[in-house]
Design a protein around this ligand. Structure first.
Ligand SMILES: Nc1ncnc2c1ncn2[C@@H]1O[C@H](COP(=O)(O)OP(=O)(O)O)[C@@H](O)[C@H]1O
Ligand SMILES: [Mg+2]
Length: 237
């Protein structure tokens, strides 16, 4: 099996060198846990270390928020955009009529798939799946939509990272409570100030670390301290 390194220092060694190629991975956590930075870093590393084109899909109306992080970490995103190694795509749902919204969402996902094929993108980020809640009502619909989406991506061999916003508590894994069953892997980010902890909850086909590990957001982005473990009692949430 081919593996795709996330490229975040200290992380890949916890999952046998990377996530299975074409896998869909959920990165969940509360506000400020580091999901967006994690996701951006996955694309940035892909582009700069492995020459892999990546696509960042968002529902954010203000795309400045995304470039803030990159400027902050001095990641030269403009250069990557010029080389077609990084692209931001804003989901176009706001003005659509809500009657056939699930179809509309799938149509948007088709546009994404076509783009992926066109530029040969091998890394995709959807940040965040929780914002789809505005259009997709209920966990059953969410599960169905995510399943169709990830299934299509698997055929393209595109490795996908989706973020999910939780309340941030220890047992919170996803926003709808169904996403974790559809995806191939789940990484939970905990923020318990001043500490940050990552726990790999699920990684199909992988002999993974079973312990929570501390991580930091440094001036170069996320760094996982893979040699250290955090006892569950040490996560105060
Ligand atoms: N250069 C930096 N150094 C340390 N921490 C940072 C830096 N830039 C951002 N952060 C931290 O990252 C948080 C935002 O992370 P983000 O990935 O946007 O969270 P979310 O999980 O909500 O997507 C900020 O609230 C801040 O605590
Ligand atoms: Mg975010």
């Amino acid at each position: 099996m081919k593996r795709v390194p996330i490229g975040i220092e200290g992380l890949d060694e916890l999952i046998q060198g990377g996530v299975p190629k074409g896998a869909s991975i959920l990165v969940s956590g509360g506000a400020g846990a580091g999901k967006t930075i994690f996701a951006t870093q996955f694309l940035y590393n892909g582009a700069t270390k492995f020459n892999e084109p990546g696509l960042y899909v968002t529902l954010e109306t203000n795309l400045k928020n995304i470039t803030w992080d990159m400027e902050n970490f001095r990641w030269d995103i403009k250069k990557l955009q010029e080389k077609e190694l990084f692209k931001i795509y804003k989901l176009n749902l706001a003005e659509k009529d809500s009657e056939n919204i699930e179809e509309e969402v799938l149509e948007e996902l088709n546009i994404i798939s076509e783009y992926i094929e066109k530029v040969g993108a091998t890394r995709l980020v959807v940040d965040s799946t929780t914002s789809l809640a505005m259009w997709i009502r209920g966990s059953a619909a969410m599960r169905k939509t995510l399943f169709q989406f990830t299934d299509g991506l698997k055929k393209l061999d595109c490795t996908t990272l989706m973020t999910s916003e939780t309340k941030g508590s220890k047992d919170a894994i996803s926003a709808f409570g169904v996403e974790e069953f559809v995806v191939d892997g789940v990484m939970v980010l905990y923020l318990h100030p001043p500490h940050r902890t990552i726990f790999i909850r699920k990684m199909r086909g992988t002999n993974q670390s079973m312990s929570p590990h501390p991580f930091e957001i440094t001036e170069n982005g996320i760094v996982v301290r893979s040699k250290e473990e955090v006892p569950w009692e040490g996560i105060h949430l």
